[in-house]
Design a protein around this ligand. Structure first.
Ligand code: ZN
Length: 312
């Protein structure tokens, strides 16, 4: 199965099956290994997503080589390779040329007409290559690489606008702003997730899998470890996992998780360094971090109701 030939079928399976596929950001070998082995253990399909920054940091071909190696090692796991927050037609085109089977074009900061025009250009190109397209309408708060939207300017997705947008662009999946934000400090003000909006969007957009960005839960046990071992993430807060499960029940089929991976990795490395100041073998701190990430990802798969969902 490996990198799937028909990613839309996988997304629609999730949509109809009442589960979500976790979309985890990959930047290096250890994180990629942990994510895919967790999905093999839980018999769940996975989306490996690469941001523009990750592609620059590790090199696109390097990450693709790692993904291909993992696809070979775990042939039973269906994999979607996704461009996270593609900022232009060129970024999406280069991803498709590198072998991605899914791209996000994020022109949500543009006005409606420009968002439609830019998204449509990517859709026309991608669909010709059997690649699916995620687009965004509305705007999340928080910070993620090029995305920096002041919380007060974040706009929740308007259902009527979303319906028009999907009809005009023919995008396959839709990232909607429902109150989550990127980063480790969500809901610094009085924000909360608008699950009601998911229900309305699902009703108005039948057969369009919804995507939830900024969906890390920022588990407090890991925040505690970071803070205990010399870090300072005081006040870090994420989305309750029960809220994520609820959103999945109502039609969210792709849930993006990046911050939690970073958090677990940092917590474990800090712990090893503080407990063993003489340790300097990278395998001795990256290894435990990899093990703990796998544990966390396996737990997320349960939160998304995706365990055992591989179809043979
Ligand atoms: Zn995002």
């Amino acid at each position: 199965m490996a990198i799937v030939k028909n990613p839309l079928e996988l997304m629609m399976d999730a949509y109809r099956g009442g589960y979500a596929i976790g979309a985890f950001n990959v930047n290096n070998m250890e994180i990629s290994q942990a994510i895919v082995s967790a999905h093999a253990a839980k018999k769940a399909p996975v989306i490996l997503q690469l941001s523009k920054g990750a592609r620059k940091y590790a090199d696109t071909n390097m990450l693709m080589a790692i993904i291909h190696a993992l696809a070979k090692q775990y042939p039973e796991v269906p994999i979607i390779v996704h461009q996270d927050h593609g900022d232009s037609f060129e970024t999406c085109k280069s991803a498709i040329e590198a072998g991605f089977n899914s791209v996000m074009i994020d022109a949500s900061h543009e006005n409606f007409e420009n968002n439609v025009r830019i998204t449509k250009e990517v859709v026309d190109y991608a669909h010709g290559k059997n690649v699916i397209v995620e687009a965004e309408i509305g705007q999340l708060g928080g910070i993620e690489e090029h995305v920096s939207v002041d919380e007060k300017n974040a706009r929740l997705t308007d259902p009527d606008e979303a319906k028009k947008f999907v009809a005009q662009t023919k995008c396959d999946t839709l990232a909607c702003a429902i109150g989550t934000s990127h980063g480790a400090y969500k809901f610094s003000s009085d924000g909360k997730v608008d699950v009601e909006r998911v229900i309305v969007l699902t009703k108005i957009l039948p057969n369009v899998p919804l995507v939830m960005h900024g969906s890390s839960s920022v588990p407090q046990e890991y925040v505690k470890v970071v803070n205990q071992y010399g870090g300072d993430l005081a006040g870090a807060r994420g989305v309750d996992e029960s809220t994520i499960s609820e959103a999945v029940k109502y039609g969210v089929s792709k849930v993006n998780i990046d911050t939690d991976l970073r958090l677990v990795m940092t917590a474990m490395i800090r712990k090893v360094f503080m407990e063993n100041p003489r340790e300097f073998d990278p395998r001795k701190y990256l290894g435990p971090a990899r093990d703990e990430i796998q544990k966390m990802v396996e737990h997320k798969i349960d939160v998304l109701n995706a365990a055992g969902k591989i179809r043979y």
